[in-house]
Design a protein around this ligand. Structure first.
Ligand code: FNR
Length: 197
C-alpha cells in the first residue's frame, strides 16, 4: 500500500456518469475516455443509480448503499464527472449523489480530491452551463478542479461507436490531450495535497 507523499502512478480515477439513460451519450463518452487515457490512469465507475433521494434525517444512520458509495469515492486519487446538462444545470441524479457524498457534516469525501469535468450534449453549447453549476458545487465542497482544458462535446450520431471508439480524428486528439492534462493535474494535486491513506 502506498504511503503519504508517494507519487507513484497508476492513479485511481473514480468516474461518475451523470445520466441514467440506457443509451446515454455520456456513457459512450466515458467509454471513449477510458480507451484514450494514459495507461497511468486506472478507471472505476462509481454508480449513482442505486442511491435513494438524500434526506438529512438519515445522517445519523446512513444506508449501506450510501456508505459503500462514499467508501468508493474515498479510496480514489481523483474524480472525473462525465455528465449531460439538464435544463442548463446538472441532472438531479448527479446532484443527489454529490449530496450523499458531502454529508454527514464534516465527512465530505469529495474534499481535496483532484477533479475534472466533461460532458456530452446533442446541443450546440454542449453542457457549458451545466458544467459551470457543477464547478460551483465542487468549489463549495473544497475540491481542486482542473480549470483548463475545458471539454464541451457536441455529439452527433456515430461520433462515438457503442464500444467507445471515436470516429473523428480531431475529437480523438482533443480527448487525448484532455486526459493527458488531467493526469498531470492529478500529479500536481497529489504533490501538494497528499492523499490520507
Ligand atoms: C436535455 N438536453 C439538454 N441539452 C443541453 O445541451 N442543454 C440542456 O439544458 C438540456 N436539457 C435537457 C433536459 C432534459 C430533461 C433532457 C432529457 C435533455 C438534451 C441532452 O443534451 C441530450 O438528451 C443528451 O443525450 C443527454 O445526455 P445522455 O443522457 O444521452 O448522456
Amino acid at each position: 500500500m502506498a504511503t503519504i507523499n508517494e507519487l507513484t502512478p497508476p492513479y485511481d480515477v473514480g468516474y461518475f456518469v451523470g445520466s441514467l439513460s440506457a443509451d446515454s451519450i455520456n456513457r459512450l463518452l466515458s467509454k471513449a475516455l477510458i480507451r484514450l487515457a494514459p495507461e497511468e490512469l486506472r478507471f472505476t465507475e462509481i454508480s449513482i443509480r442505486e442511491l435513494p433521494l438524500y434526506n438529512r434525517d438519515l445522517d445519523g444512520d446512513y444506508p449501506q448503499v450510501a456508505r459503500d458509495f462514499k467508501a468508493e469515492i474515498a479510496r480514489q486519487d481523483a474524480l472525473l464527472f462525465i455528465t449531460p446538462e439538464y435544463n442548463r444545470s446538472i441532472p438531479g441524479a448527479l446532484k443527489n449523489a454529490i449530496d450523499w457524498a458531502s454529508r454527514p457534516y464534516g465527512e465530505n469525501v469529495i474534499a481535496r480530491k483532484a477533479t475534472a469535468v466533461i460532458g456530452a450534449s446533442t446541443g450546440a453549447i454542449g453542457t457549458a452551463v451545466g458544467q459551470q453549476h457543477l464547478r460551483s458545487v465542487l468549489s463549495f465542497l473544497n475540491a481542486p478542479q482542473m480549470n483548463t482544458p475545458e471539454a464541451y462535446i457536441t455529439v452527433r450520431p456515430g461520433l462515438i461507436t457503442p464500444d467507445g471508439e471515436v470516429t473523428d480524428a480531431g475529437t480523438e486528439t482533443f480527448l487525448r490531450g484532455y486526459l493527458e492534462a488531467f493526469f498531470e493535474y492529478i500529479e500536481r494535486v497529489l504533490t501538494v495535497v497528499p492523499k490520507a491513506r
